[in-house]
Design a protein around this ligand. Structure first.
Ligand code: PMP
Length: 360
């Protein structure tokens, strides 16, 4: 088989070493004589995997003691509802900063539950940028301020986060969690579906400051309370055990790579290869994002005409590049260069971009 370069936006590439390790253990996990999928979620063997994943994430991401790591289900999309259900009470405002389609979706769900405000938005400029932190609008009644740290569809990313004290800052980090070091203490709650940087789909990771668990949530269905999952160490009900096993493998791999700082350095190197290909093309490739808002995870660009986009994508497919088409809502091209995408895939893409440009 010829090489396949996986640039899928999510679910997306997993480290080859992780897949191979999982394959080795598939039918006999840790001497149990069965797959990890077949173990009881209450067995000591599974519980060790579960706890190790929590501990490793805490270690790698420098998560302070006053935060809990939770494993939830329902994707980031369920968080769009779970969050306002919990915190958007009478007299309070859910403050949303809009930087793309996913923030809009988060806002839409909050509107079903309570009062909302838009504390900043770059919609008018077709989401090519991130608002200036100094221009954000806050309200005394804010229950929380919500932002999307990386905009998977438009290819923009926050570089500096606001430091606020009047309400917890909440971030959907689905498409850039663990791609760079962050100061967890700036946030009350971080959530992310696993299927981009952390593992396969099925598990959603939440990192929540303990004081946010103390809120009165008697009105919220039991399974939709963060408190429920925190009290049971995310074993309130059957967790997605195989996804968490894979998450644990991916975290182990991140540690082997030298941790989040080393991963960030490699992500910068990978993204630079492709952005340089855009910048050095004399306008043949046009990036969607403004330079200072460029995402290191999703690189979005267009060719001179729609026809060129089609030709570029068709030829790319022939050469083994997978997932380079832009999201169906915006078109164009997008290369998702998540943690597990190897440098060689980005080098191959850059080479292809250069040669396609010279031939067209
Ligand atoms: N937020 C962001 C930033 C995303 O990229 C996605 C998925 N692409 C979602 C939320 C929705 O995630 P899920 O499919 O896990 O519900």
């Amino acid at each position: 088989m010829t090489a396949v370069y996986n640039f899928n936006a999510g679910p997306s590439a997993l480290p080859k070493e992780v897949l191979e390790r999982a394959q080795t253990e598939l039918t006999n996990f840790n001497g149990t004589g069965m797959s990890v999928m077949e173990l009881s979620h209450r067995s000591k063997e599974y519980e060790a995997v579960h706890q190790n994943a929590i501990d490793l994430l805490k270690e790698l991401y420098n998560i302070p003691d006053q935060y809990k790591v939770l494993f939830l289900q329902g994707g980031a999309s369920l968080q769009f509802s779970m969050l306002p259900l919990q915190y958007l009470k009478e007299g309070k405002i859910g403050n949303y900063i809009l930087t793309g389609s996913w923030s809009e979706k988060a806002l839409k769900e909050a509107k079903l539950i309570g009062e909302t405000a838009i504390g900043g938005s770059t919609k008018e400029g077709n989401y090519t940028s991130i608002p200036n932190v100094a221009d954000l609008q806050f309200n005394d009644q804010d229950a929380y301020v919500h932002l999307t740290s990386n905009n998977t569809i438009y290819g923009t990313q926050w570089k500096d986060f606001p430091t606020i004290s009047h309400a917890p800052l909440i971030a959907d980090m689905s498409s850039d969690i663990l791609s760079r070091p962050i100061n967890i203490e700036q946030f009350g709650l971080i959530y992310a579906g696993a299927q981009k940087n952390l593992g396969p789909s099925g598990v959603t990771v939440a990192i929540i400051r303990e004081d946010l668990l103390e809120e009165n949530v008697d009105h919220v269905p039991t399974i939709l309370r963060y408190q429920t999952h925190a009290d049971s160490n995310s074993l309130y009900h059957t967790p997605p055990t195989f996804s968490i096993y894979m998450l644990n493998q991916v975290l182990t791999w991140v540690k082997e790579q030298g941790g989040v700082q080393a991963i960030e350095k490699r992500n910068e190197e990978k993204a630079k290869l492709i952005y340089d290909g855009i910048d050095e093309s004399n306008g043949f490739y046009k990036g969607h994002a403004e330079q200072n808002a460029r995402s290191l995870m999703n690189i979005t660009f267009n060719l001179p005409t729609e026809d060129d986009n089609k030709k570029f994508l068709a030829k790319a497919k022939e050469l083994g590049f997978v997932g380079l088409n832009g999201h169906r809502s915006v078109g164009g091209c997008r290369a998702s260069t998540y943690n597990a995408v190897p440098l060689e895939a980005c080098e191959a893409l850059r080479e292809y971009m250069d040669s396609f440009r010279l031939q067209n």
